[in-house]
Ligand binder design. Structure first.
Ligand code: RP5
Length: 179
């Protein structure tokens, strides 16, 4: 089923260098890519192999269902789904997999993102989506990393180092302010 169920080959991140992707990122449109690049950057920083693909809950529903249903069999461990406006992508993905799904609502719709936020977060009981802030692609990647780090001590250490770098940047900003 996996081979047939796999949609068109997703974009393989160069940094993954042939390693099996652990995180699958879906976005509703290629117009979402600039925000999703923030997630790519975090995952690259943390050395987590990932793949990314454009798939729409409304425009390509079968493709989304096939991708989500085959994701675990293909070795993916966490899925990130980002969409704007009537942002049903993360919910539909969660309906077709038992993997953890992180939803990223995107700004830009007629209601300034509130439409996407509610559509992503307000899931019915039984089908959970962990929803991050509007345009929160970087945090989605960090949350995925924390999930993976539960069983990956090396990644846990890289996450700790990431946090130390962040803290050092804040301390440096404060030093400049006080100077
Ligand atoms: C959503 O509609 C996409 O995720 C995107 O955020 C928004 C607009 O899509 P395009 O019209 O730019 O393709 O499905």
């Amino acid at each position: 089923m996996a081979a047939e169920a796999t949609p068109n080959p997703p974009t393989q991140d160069a940094e993954s260098g042939g390693r099996i992707p652990r995180v699958g990122i879906l976005m509703g449109s290629d117009s979402d890519l600039p925000i999703l690049r923030q997630a790519f950057e975090v995952l690259n920083d943390l050395g987590i192999p990932f793949e990314a693909t454009v798939a729409s809950a409304h425009r390509t529903p079968d493709r989304v269902a096939r991708y989500a249903a085959s994701a675990a069999d293909r070795g993916l461990e966490v899925l990130i789904a980002a969409a704007g406006s009537a942002a049903h992508l993360a919910g539909v993905v969660a309906a077709h997999t038992l993997l953890p799904v992180i939803g990223v609502p995107l700004q830009g719709g007629a209601a300034g993102g509130l439409d996407a936020l509610l559509a992503t977060a307000q899931m019915p009981r039984g089908v959970p989506v962990a929803t991050v802030a509007l345009d929160g692609a970087a945090n989605a990647a960090l949350l995925a990393a924390r999930i993976l780090a539960l069983k990956d001590p090396g990644l846990r250490e890289r996450l700790a180092a990431y946090r130390r770098r962040m803290q050092a940047r804040v301390a440096e900003a404060d030093r400049r302010l006080q100077a």
